[in-house]
Design a protein around this ligand. Structure first.
Ligand code: ATP
Ligand code: MG
Length: 427
């Protein structure tokens, strides 16, 4: 028989051992469960973080402007899609801004914000080569705005700086055109005004009014220059009307192109006669009817035929006015076999006040360089295009193309606008 005094402590020890084992197993299980839960939370957090970053990147990629985040050492932390495209697809992350920017003026604008912590907005006008677009830049002078600011008010907390790079080239070019226009217009108006002033001073200060013959001569010169001022002002108003509302500035009605050409030739009859010029009309269909503003079409053709005659005062010039039409397009051209336009000038001749200098002598008043500007804007207001080619001495040709669909649209718009008037008239 086993002594119970011996067995009891053994059993107690065994029970304690089993209880300890169970507790240990429970604890291990609990630890395992806990670490599994922690790692699943970690995975979930990682996923959330990745999704949040992806969402942020997608949002920032959707921005039209280039956007970058830069750290306190001027290293790029993030660059959105527009920034990567701007810098020709280069991976900017980790590079310093000095490496990223081709032009150090752009880098300097950003460094000012990094160094002082103050928000900066800087505009930089760059040449073709120093543009962020580098050799892809095709626009000549180009302009950029660098807008940099710290993300947080407390740099100790977050020293990251955000940078927005905005392409403002088209605004810059518009501003340049406006400045050129004002400068050119003032110059063109100042010249005849100074001449008129000079004659008036002569008449008044030198007391020449009693000399009737001389006064008459002076007044005639003054009238010529006054007419010139009126014409410049009138041309500028036409341009601004066409630019402001374009199609709205037109009074569209169907008209026969042939009759419009006849009007132009009638107005230029004496010049044609004096220069013994030949005018050819190349219009297989004499009944071609255009839907457009007859007034502007007359101005267009007048300017083009007048230019051909004016630039070629020599005898025996041939000027051709032509028109053809197919299902999609009406094509109208004016060509001459005169001196032509140098190829270097061709891209500029539709600009306001542009004249090919070597054609003109200083004393002679031959025009202001607004004619072709009006022509181009009038054609564009009709939904068409104009181009020019020139082989000096052979063929200088202005070709205008107006899609039939644009004509139909203008006609429909004109009819729709006319309706309220008609119903109003009937009331
Ligand atoms: P404006 O028409 O305002 O009286 P303009 O005739 O000098 O002045 P545009 O009609 O705009 O101005 O023409 C611009 C320039 O283009 C002209 O000065 C001329 O140098 C050149 N040009 C235009 N048409 C011809 C042409 N058919 N042959 C040669 N040069 C031309
Ligand atoms: Mg002209």
């Amino acid at each position: 028989m086993t002594d119970p005094l011996v067995i009891a402590p053994i059993l107690a020890a065994l029970c304690a051992f089993v209880a300890l084992g169970v507790t240990w197993l429970r604890l291990r299980r609990a630890r395992q469960d806990f670490s599994e839960e922690v790692s699943s939370w970690k995975m979930k957090l990682d996923l959330d973080l990745r999704n949040a970053r992806k969402e942020r990147d997608q949002l920032l990629d959707a921005l039209g402007d280039a956007f970058m985040l830069v750290d306190a050492d001027a290293r790029v932390l993030f660059a959105n899609k527009a920034a990567r495209t701007l810098f020709r697809g280069r991976d900017l992350t980790g590079r310093t801004v000095h490496e990223a920017f081709l032009d150090q003026r752009l880098a300097a604008a950003l460094m000012r914000c990094l160094e002082t912590g103050e928000a900066t907005v800087t505009r930089a006008v760059l040449g073709q080569q120093s543009s962020p677009l580098g050799d892809q830049e095709r626009r000549g002078m180009n302009a950029w705005v660098i807008d940099a600011a710290r993300l947080s008010d407390s740099p100790a907390e977050d020293p990251t700086t955000r940078v927005v790079i905005r392409d403002v080239t088209s605004e810059y070019q518009t501003e340049q055109i406006r400045k050129d226009f004002v400068a050119n217009a003032s110059h063109e108006l100042r010249t005849p005004l100074a001449i008129i002033n000079g004659y008036l001073e002569n008449l008044i200060d030198d007391d020449l009014v009693d000399d009737k013959e001389l006064t008459r001569r002076f007044l005639k010169v003054m009238r010529k220059h006054t007419e010139r001022i009126s014409r410049i002002v009138e041309d500028m108003l036409v341009i601004s009307r066409l630019e402001s509302g374009e199609a709205a500035a037109l009074k569209v009605k169907p008209f026969r192109l042939r009759s419009c050409v006849s009007d132009v030739l009638e107005r230029l009859e004496s010049v044609i006669h004096n220069q013994q010029a030949t005018i050819k009309i190349d219009m297989p269909d004499v009944d071609i009817t255009l839907a457009g503003d007859r007034f502007y079409w007359t101005q267009v053709l007048f300017n083009l035929v007048e230019n051909a005659l004016k630039q070629n005062p020599r005898k025996g010039l041939t000027v051709t006015v032509g028109c053809s039409r197919d299902e999609t397009m009406t094509r109208i051209w004016v060509s001459d076999d005169g001196v032509g336009i140098p190829s270097a000038d061709l891209p500029h001749i539709f600009r306001r006040f542009y004249r090919v200098e070597k054609h003109h002598s200083q004393e002679e008043i031959k025009g202001t360089g607004l004619g072709l500007s009006i022509v181009k804007r009038a054609i564009e207001a009709h939904g068409g295009t104009i181009r020019v080619t020139s082989i000096p001495g052979q063929d200088t040709r202005f070709t205008m193309e107006v899609p039939r669909e644009a004509e139909a649209r203008l006609q429909a718009e004109a009819e729709a606008n006319a309706l309220p008037e008609l119903s109003g008239a009937g009331e």
